[in-house]
Design a protein around this ligand. Structure first.
Ligand SMILES: Cc1ncc(COP(=O)(O)O)c(C=O)c1O
Length: 404
């Protein structure tokens, strides 16, 4: 115990801080026998452990460099690899002053928010959206303007009115945050048509677009959509991607790409945050990528996860009540399910009793909503658990509806 009255000491931010709903859930999901559809975790059984471990050779070879502090901008060989490897998606090879390596995409999001948001400034977010983004942006004092999204992404028809109403009420909007591919949580992907409209709207109202794309490489059917970054003529798109879902989240290595001006500002903020992302982690990732393992691993996870996606779909079709609504995603990690009339918080507790965990809807709404919705992740659970988890979920719904 401490003698300090900490409540008197806290900043306003810390005093008002609420724990991350998903991180808090870990205490339930790690219970023995629990089937977890909760966290957005990759399948640990498919991590390329031997290939990644082989990269440790770089420690012996370049230890004097990579055990030292590194450049805040990131490990040059990694930035060069990303620039070349991502060129087909980005429309060109991005230059070194356009790329910053971050400690997870989560940090990229935080740095961008810090660079653009004064407390009270507004961000337009999809309704629903990734809770980690709500958390980070709220930490920096952002206010949220929410715009509904569906299986084709953010509803661009509703954007101009949302912008004008908020601006008319005095809001200073800085950027639009969009998870463009296989959105977290809805699984939706921004259509080509809406991509064009989104760019037009951003230009018309002079807004930045933050294109968050951790799931873009994980497409299980159909063709890739062009990135907003590649379609943008005005340098107003800042693009983020990560090794978390396509290699391993334990690397905490990600990157963010944008105009040199904004990248420079983020570098300065990062200098005062962690100085640089672990050079050792970056060097291991670089070795893995330049040895060609990433290229061979991607098709492997795409086929592995598409089988799991199908298995969750089949299990839901078999077990969930007929009024449950969900659209099978074409990629990514998640199903978004609506169970009319159900309180997802009560369902969560009932699910825990039955041995299945998910994330309940309200966690994904910046300004409230989603009480009858839930998100299930299909990548982490093992194939046999996908069906059993769906059966337990259905049982929890049935019990709740019967008042048991
Ligand atoms: C949409 C979205 N953005 C960013 C992140 C953070 O990823 P990272 O592990 O790279 O910090 C996640 C993680 O689940 C996510 O779903």
């Amino acid at each position: 115990m401490s003698d300090v009255n900490w409540n008197e000491m806290y900043s306003r931010l810390a005093a008002e801080m609420k724990p991350s709903p998903i991180r808090e859930m870990r205490k339930y999901t790690i219970k023995p026998g629990m089937i977890s559809f909760a966290g957005g975790n990759p399948d640990p059984y498919i991590f390329p452990v031997p290939e990644f471990a082989a990269g440790a050779i770089v420690l012996g070879r370049n230890g004097m460099e990579i055990m030292q502090y590194g450049a805040t901008e990131g490990y040059a060989p990694l930035r060069e690899f990303i620039s070349k490897w991502m060129a087909p998606r980005m429309g060109r090879e991005t230059s070194m002053d356009e790329i910053l390596i971050t400690t997870g995409s989560q940090q990229g999001m935080d740095l961008l928010t810090a660079a653009l948001i004064n407390p009270g400034d507004a961000v337009i977010v999809e309704d629903p959206t990734y809770p980690g983004a709500i958390h980070t942006m709220r930490n920096r004092g952002a206010a949220f303007i929410t715009v509904p999204c569906d299986s084709d992404g953010i509803n661009t028809d509703l954007l101009p009115e949302a912008i004008e109403t908020a601006t008319g009420a005095g809001a200073r909007i800085k950027f639009i945050y969009s998870i463009v591919n296989f959105q977290n949580p809805t699984g939706g992907t921004l259509s080509t048509e809406r991509r064009k409209k989104l760019l037009e709207i951003a230009e018309r109202y002079d807004l930045i677009i933050f294109e968050d794309d951790p799931y873009g490489h994980l497409r299980y059917e159909g063709e890739h959509e062009p990135t907003l970054f590649s379609m943008d003529k005005g340098g107003r798109v800042v693009y983020a991607c990560s090794f978390s879902k396509i290699l391993a989240p334990g690397t905490r290595v990600a990157w963010i790409v944008g105009a040199p001006e904004i990248i420079r500002r983020m570098v300065m903020i990062k200098q005062g945050t962690d100085m640089c992302t672990s050079v050792i982690a970056q060097a291991l990732v670089t070795q893995y990528c330049t040895d060609g393992y990433l290229e061979s691993f991607l098709p492997k996870i795409v086929s592995h996860y598409s089988v799991k996606c199908r298995a969750m779909m089949d299990a839901f079709a078999k077990h969930l009540p007929s009024d449950a609504q969900y659209t099978p995603p074409k990629g990514g990690f998640f199903f978004w399910v609506r169970i009319p009339g159900i309180d997802s918080q009560q369902l969560f507790m009932k699910g825990i009793e039955k041995g299945v965990a998910f994330v309940n809807g309200p966690a994904f709404y910046a300004n409230g909503g989603g009480t009858d919705c839930l998100r299930t992740c299909f990548t982490y659970a093992q194939p046999s658990e996908l069906e059993e988890g769906a059966r337990r979920l259905a049982e929890a719904i049935e019990d709740l509806r019967a008042g048991r």
